[in-house]
Design a protein around this ligand. Structure first.
Ligand SMILES: Cc1cc2nc3c(=O)[nH]c(=O)nc-3n(C[C@H](O)[C@H](O)[C@H](O)COP(=O)(O)OP(=O)(O)OC[C@H]3O[C@@H](n4cnc5c(N)ncnc54)[C@H](O)[C@@H]3O)c2cc1C
Ligand code: SF4
Length: 317
């Protein structure tokens, strides 16, 4: 691990000012992803700004009937919150499907959104990887690609986003609140937060350098039945091969989002609109333009079957 300096920030403004003074600094929250990346020298910040002292650990109702989740709310606390379990059950279920209890006790809302891909070549500094080292090539294309993207990928990168929570946030139309390094605040709709790889796979989200997430806001509850179904190689402590998040209303309308298939959680307006027509129609819309490799081709029927199973279970009640 490379040497770095460290400070504890006491307020979002202080964290933002520290980020402005130290270009290339990183915020550290639970540290469950960042520290691993630093040990492998994939991330080499010269300065760490510890944000755990910021009072961003509350879950509060919004005037619009939604919930404002502080950036530092731990995954365990968010999953267990009674309002989340009652009104945003898909979020609670997605969180509980992720990582392990110990990790969820440390992992934060902001850190979870910003966790980096699990592509094995990204973690292997002996291999070319455009995300880790822009311009070096993509080892997964033509290499091991079983866990990789089948939608929205590019010639530069076929990595997936590993977060379960982010899939539920996408489904719920969450909004990310931030403060920039110059102290100016802004809000970013979650649909615009994560990026597709294009020819700049190292740029993964809409944050500017030094921009701090302060909260994630959920709009008022949708009602209906909430499901998060994660399919993985072993029953726990594994990232999704694919996942399906869905909210189904009593009249059969609803929303659906996929995890494990793209560089960002995957949601398609036409798929939501075809919910009343059933799983086959929804899958057709979600998978339009899918370009799997020979190794990841199994994800197409896996999604079709998982969707069919999820929607059949909701019907059965
Ligand atoms: C073995 C293992 C298994 C896992 N399994 C799963 C799984 O199945 N599903 C899943 O979804 N996740 C899984 N995870 C990932 C885990 O959920 C993430 O590591 C965790 O959510 C990251 O949160 P953190 O607070 O620890 O982030 P950190 O590691 O502290 O930070 C991550 C990134 O976010 C940035 N950051 C943190 N807070 C802020 C902020 N407020 N504003 C701006 N930037 C910020 C940091 O600078 C860093 O770049 C697993 C992790 C491990 C180690
Ligand atoms: S898929 Fe993306 S992260 Fe993986 S090797 Fe290729 S460029 Fe790197």
């Amino acid at each position: 691990m490379r040497a770095f300096t460290y400070q504890r920030a006491q307020s979002p403004a202080e964290a933002a000012a520290a980020a402005q003074r130290n270009p290339g600094a990183r915020f550290i929250a639970g540290g469950t992803n960042l520290l691993d990346l630093m040990k492998l020298e994939i991330e080499t910040p010269q300065h760490l700004i510890d944000v755990n002292g910021l009072a961003l650990d509350k879950i509060e109702p919004t005037p619009g009937g939604g919930l404002r989740i502080g950036a530092l709310v731990r995954n365990t606390d968010l999953a267990a919150d009674q309002r989340v379990r009652r009104d945003y059950a898909v979020l609670s279920r997605a969180l509980l499907a992720g990582a392990s209890a110990q990790l969820r006790n440390k992992a934060t809302t902001a850190g979870n959104l910003l966790q980096r891909t699990r592509c094995p070549y990204f973690y292997d500094t002996n291999q070319p990887c455009n995300k880790r080292q822009p311009g070096s090539g993509c080892s997964a294309i033509g290499g091991y690609s079983r866990n990789h993207a089948i939608l929205g990928a590019s010639e530069s990168c076929i990595a997936t986003h590993p977060s379960d929570m982010a899939v539920a946030m996408q489904l719920l139309d969450a909004t990310v609140e931030t403060v920039k390094a110059d102290g100016v605040t802004r809000t970013i709709p979650i649909a615009d937060f994560h990026r597709l790889p294009g020819n700049t796979p190292h740029i993964e989200h809409a944050l500017m350098p030094g921009e701090l997430i302060t909260a994630v806001t959920l709009p008022k509850p949708l009602g209906g039945t909430h499901v998060y179904r994660k399919v993985r190689d072993r029953a726990s402590y594994a990232f999704a091969l694919v996942s399906v998040a869905a909210v189904v209303l009593p009249d059969g309308s609803g929303r659906v989002a996929l995890g494990g298939v793209a560089h960002k959680p995957w949601r398609v307006p036409a798929a939501d609109a075809s919910m009343p027509q059933g799983a086959k129609a929804v899958a057709e819309q979600l998978l339009a333009g899918a370009r799997p490799s020979a190794e990841s081709a199994f994800k197409v029927p896996l999604i079709q079957r998982t969707l069919a199973s999820v929607l059949a279970d909701v019907k059965k009640g």
